[in-house]
Design a protein around this ligand. Structure first.
Ligand code: SAH
Length: 362
């Protein structure tokens, strides 16, 4: 262990102060402390998770996401089981320990079909399997866990229930409660991931501070943080559905705010696996990935979706890394990892628990 003192947790007001901090010298201490905590708790390895976007069909109408059902101009695709298995084999060939199967909320991806695909991947490869298929039923989640799925990712997007309800209409009459669903996912024995978008219209600094505390409270294993990027074919992207935050309180959807949120998350959740996200790389193609990795993150998610479908998984426009094959994406990310003195991870890269691990104050 380094000089990292795990005895002090950051309080909500301290997190809020850091989110509003503009002094480059003070911020440099935040980056250093986050990097030290990252190094002490999860080490120098950067885990590569092969991302397979298995379907862009979606029955939801989320105000922020380009895959929303009413976006009828978007061509839709769904991978075959063979295509998914081929991508999983490519993940093994490239040395990855995990694949992430992600999709819109697509009911054609049935309980049994997904269970069979998970089972095949587990039979044919040593990969850990992560699912990110939206809000699915407890029965589906249980069946997939039994079929061998190891991890589940579901971002709560914002912990502010009013803001979430505004941007994420329910399917039926019941309001969505992603926090409750995350607890069910944990109870099923999944390694559990969540996360947020930073800079949603109407999202305040205080709300992002509450999100970071929520990560710690949920004791999440994986935490993804990216900027909100407006999609012109969505209500939020067209300036609808949002109530402006009070003057001076709107959190910007900026690169800097994402770094702050990543660094603070590392301090309060020292053991979590935290990706340096593609959305962040979209804001800074030159070195956004690297800066994320140097300010608390320890994971990247190279894209293994077959190139023919890549552009159609358009959750937001101008996505980085959209035209590179899996092999090119791998080379690019491995180079970026090496150039900042880190090493590609080996094995599944699950959460490692250390005794008496709490958080750290910068
Ligand atoms: N249907 C799944 C997967 C959605 S895509 C689910 O809802 O969990 C994965 C993530 O992309 C979302 O959780 C959201 O945080 C992010 N995302 C969607 N639209 C976005 C946008 N316009 N800008 C930035 N991130 C976005």
């Amino acid at each position: 262990m380094t000089d990292v003192n795990p005895l002090f947790l950051l309080t909500g007001p301290e997190i809020l102060d850091w989110l509003r901090q503009e002094d480059p010298n003070r911020l440099a201490t935040l980056w250093q402390r986050a990097d030290a905590v990252r190094s002490a708790h999860v080490g120098a390895m950067v885990h590569l998770r092969g991302l397979i976007e298995i379907s862009n069909y979606c029955i939801r109408r989320c105000g922020y996401c380009g895959l929303r059902a009413p976006h009828t101009d978007l061509p839709r695709y769904r991978l075959s089981a063979d295509e998914i298995l081929a991508a999983a084999r490519q993940a093994v060939a490239l040395g990855y320990g995990t694949v992430v199967l992600q999709a819109g909320e697509d009911p054609v991806l049935t309980q049994d079909w997904i269970a069979a695909v998970v089972h095949q991947i587990k039979m044919q490869t040593p990969l850990a399997v992560t699912l990110s298929l939206g809000e699915r039923t407890p029965a589906e989640l249980r069946t997939w866990r039994q079929a061998g799925a190891d991890r589940y990712l579901l971002r709560f997007e914002t912990s502010d229930p009013e803001l979430f309800a505004r941007i994420h209409p329910p399917l039926g009459t019941q309001p969505c409660d992603r926090i409750a669903l995350l607890r069910e996912i944990q109870a099923l024995g999944y390694e559990t991931g969540s996360g947020i978008m930073v800079g949603i219209p109407g999202q305040t600094y205080a709300s992002v501070a509450a999100d970071i505390l929520m990560f710690a409270q949920l004791d999440l294993d994986m935490i993804g943080i990216g900027p909100y990027l407006p999609h012109p074919a969505t209500p939020l992207g067209q300036g609808q559905w949002s109530t402006p935050a009070p003057a001076g309180t709107q959190v910007p959807a900026s690169e800097l705010l994402v770094y702050k949120a990543v660094a603070l998350t590392r301090l309060v959740c020292p053991e979590a696996n935290i990706p340096s996200t593609t959305a962040l790389a979209t804001l800074n193609r030159q070195n956004g990935r690297e800066l994320g990795l140097q300010r608390g993150a320890n994971v990247v998610m190279p894209n293994l979706t077959p190139l023919a479908y890549r552009a159609m998984y358009e959750i937001y426009p101008e996505k980085a890394c959209i035209s590179e094959t899996g092999t090119q994406c791998h080379r690019c990310l491995s180079g970026r990892i090496g150039r900042i003195g880190r090493v590609p991870g080996a094995g599944p890269g699950g959460r490692q628990r250390t005794p008496a691990c709490t958080g750290s104050k910068p």
